[in-house]
Design a binder for this molecule. Structure first.
Ligand SMILES: Nc1ncnc2c1ncn2[C@@H]1O[C@H](COP(=O)(O)OP(=O)(O)O)[C@@H](O)[C@H]1O
Ligand SMILES: [Mg+2]
Length: 249
């Protein structure tokens, strides 16, 4: 459902002090798969390449080398078809404060080419599931971080995507909102969707992820079911694995 083979992506940036151009190799030869009905946890410290990897899967940028298949489509050759399969939640909360959730989701339904009634029905079901139905017609400018995140989650899932790509979905959320989001991810898995989440919250990964990959400096380590990863490294928990790998990387 999601397949990456030897994927590379770098950026050319200008050094702030020296003004010299330099290359950042954000993703270096990454390969892994996420199957339907599976939650893949992509771990790694800040700057490791998690968001870049997820943006590549979501079709927001193109890989420089390697192959990415999403929902059966080649993301390089058929980017629009691949993109249409993906529900992508970015790290930042970009909701428009002057809109209500109903207006905001209606607009995104239009972007996705959905029939207005279908989009409205999906929006209502998702907001109900997320406990936000009472706020459907309230302007979002006064919303809490958690409420905004819930609207972002509803937006990402509006078009009923088979592939779910969530970048740090619980960062900055209170425990109750985080639980709502994690429970929803479990439901998406049970519905047979392929789910990938990035995070640096280890207990969350231990809680919900079937398979784990850990990025350091653009290189993927682990890529195994959690129990296998722990057993292979004689570790009691993911923190221990993380520190071992950090030492090696
Ligand atoms: N659009 C971009 N332009 C230039 N550099 C970028 C861009 N996006 C990411 N990077 C760089 O690529 C590296 C990986 O970033 P990112 O994928 O955001 O990591 P993570 O999500 O794991 O924190 C970092 O060094 C970051 O500064
Ligand atoms: Mg990131």
């Amino acid at each position: 459902m999601i397949e990456l083979a030897e994927v590379y992506k770098g950026f050319t940036v200008r050094d702030r002090k020296t003004r010299q151009k330099k290359r950042i190799e954000a993703v270096r030869g990454v390969s892994f798969s996420v199957h339907p009905g599976e939650i893949y946890g992509l771990l790694g410290p800040n700057g490791a390449g998690k968001s870049t990897t997820l943006r590549l899967i979501a079709g927001l940028m193109q890989a420089e080398r390697g192959l990415i298949r999403v929902g059966g489509f080649d993301a390089g050759r058929e980017p629009e078809a691949a993109r249409a399969c993906v529900g992508y939640l970015s790290g930042d909360l970009n909701v428009y404060g002057r809109f209500t959730p109903r207006e905001f989701l209606r607009l995104f339904g239009q972007f996705q080419g959905m029939q207005a009634r279908v989009a409205e029905g999906r929006a209502l079901a998702l907001l109900e599931r997320l406990g936000l139905l009472d706020f459907m017609d309230v302007r979002m400018e006064g919303f809490s971080t958690g409420q905004k995140q819930k609207v972002s989650v509803a937006r990402a899932l509006l078009h009923d995507p088979r592939v779910v790509v969530f970048d740090e979905p619980t960062t900055g959320l209170d425990v109750l909102t985080a639980k709502t989001v994690l429970d929803l991810l479990r439901e998406l898995r049970a519905e047979g969707r392929a789910v990938i989440v990035s995070t640096h919250v280890m207990p969350m990964v231990e809680d919900i992820c079937d398979r784990v990959g850990i990025l350091f400096d653009g290189v993927l380590y682990g890529d195994a079911p959690l129990d296998q990863l722990l057993a292979a490294r004689h570790a009691r928990n993911l923190d221990e694995v993380f520190f071992q790998l950090a030492g090696e990387a």
